[in-house]
Design a binder for this molecule. Structure first.
Ligand code: PMP
Length: 376
């Protein structure tokens, strides 16, 4: 049987060898980075070096980086730490933002999943300060890129604070925090070839937030607890390589487009979500008409190909994706959508293998679905 094919990079990326080496080296050493002796200072150096490379990836200053346990914690720190009673979030945010901003007002998106800046402006005009606005850089399910600079400019005109969940965009898009104009930005190491369990919130200097995890002075008092030095070292190494790997994304985009062209040719009823908007080069959210996404994911798995039904963290739960729902997708389209996400390990023949598997599943499963409809 052919080797298993991993096309679920938005759930997590394979660890880059440079990150694996950095983690192994750091794990072999002893020392608490807060200790003043030589052992501690050596660990501190690893954390501070990583802070520099992570900051460089986001076009931010090293002092503004607060290491966390990942994207979820970074989002939670931004939303809870800002202490704003009024919160506006896009309707397509990751669950970690929606859960931290319980009761937040949702900013609508258009049919391609792009935030409607005019609607944000109308909501801001009605909201009593202090207000926090949170809009992601790129969506995890569709790859759709949001007009974050326009969101920040609009929100700042009303005196609001702005947070951006850049977990999926970072390492796939070149951007600088200053150009986006946001006050806080979340990152996660394992979406860019780093390890799971570490991430960062970048907090622009002058932005006042309170810690959520308390009890130590680490990370400028914004995140208590001994730093996960080895994971942070792996994050730093992955961020440095991800920053330099920009030229591979146009190739990945060609492969993604080849898959989509094949799917649309094979099944004229197939739908590709967000296709009319700027998207990440690696992501495709595809609906195979009439076939439930869990059935597709299992069938691809049997064929040795890993894809997912929507967001990895919410797959397994009942109900169609809130992202596709907010884009106005019908329930049947949303329930038949899978996410294919390519990445730094994807090769040209992987795209062809996926396309061939899609056709063979479509011919088998869609025919079966049609028979069931006829019999019903
Ligand atoms: N935000 C987005 C857009 C994500 O895709 C994810 C990961 N699924 C997260 C936040 C959470 O990141 P982590 O897994 O590091 O907690």
């Amino acid at each position: 049987m052919a080797q298993a094919l991993y096309l679920d990079h938005n759930a997590t990326t394979p660890l880059r060898p440079v990150a694996q080496r950095a983690i192994a080296e750091a794990l072999a050493a002893t020392g608490n980075p807060s200790s003043v002796h030589g052992f501690g200072r050596a660990q501190r150096r690893l954390v501070e070096d990583a802070r520099e490379t992570v900051a460089a990836l986001a076009g931010a200053s090293a002092e503004s980086v607060v290491f966390t346990s990942g994207g979820t914690e970074a989002n939670t720190l931004a939303l809870l730490g800002a202490g704003c009673r009024r919160v506006l979030v896009s309707a397509v945010e990751h669950d970690s933002v929606l859960a931290a901003a319980d009761g937040a007002v949702r900013i609508p998106v258009d049919g391609d999943g792009v935030v409607e800046v005019a609607a944000l402006e109308a909501l801001l005009a009605k909201a009593k300060p202090p207000v926090l606005v949170s809009v992601m850089l790129a969506n995890n399910e569709t790859g759709v890129i949001q007009p974050v600079a326009a969101v920040a400019e609009t929100a700042h005109r009303f005196g609001a604070l702005v947070h951006c969940d850049a977990v999926q965009g970072a390492g796939k898009l070149a951007f600088a925090m200053d150009d986006l104009g946001v006050d806080m930005l979340s990152l996660s190491a394992h979406k860019m070839g780093g390890p799971q369990g570490t991430g960062a919130l970048i907090v622009r200097s002058g932005t006042e937030i309170l810690p959520v995890v308390r009890g130590g002075g680490q990370e400028r008092g914004l995140r208590a607890g001994t730093e996960a030095v080895a994971l942070i070292a792996g994050f730093g190494a992955a961020a440095a390589e991800a920053k330099d790997s920009g030229p591979t994304w146009p190739e990945i985009e060609t492969l993604r487009d080849r898959i989509e062209a094949h799917v649309v040719k094979t099944a004229p009823g197939a739908r590709i979500f967000g296709r009319g908007a700027p998207r990440l080069a690696n992501t495709s959210c595809l609906a195979m008409p009439g076939v439930a996404n869990e059935v597709q994911v299992m069938a691809f798995d049997l064929a040795g190909i890993a894809v997912s039904a929507g967001a990895a963290c919410s797959s397994g739960t009942v109900g169609p994706s809130h992202v596709l729902g907010a884009m106005g997708a019908s329930e049947s389209d949303a329930r038949s959508a899978i996410r294919v996400s390519l990445g730094w390990t994807t090769r040209a023949d992987d795209a062809d293998r996926f396309a061939a598997a899609w056709t063979s599943l479509y011919e088998r499963l869609a025919a079966r679905a049609r028979e069931r409809t006829r019999a019903a």
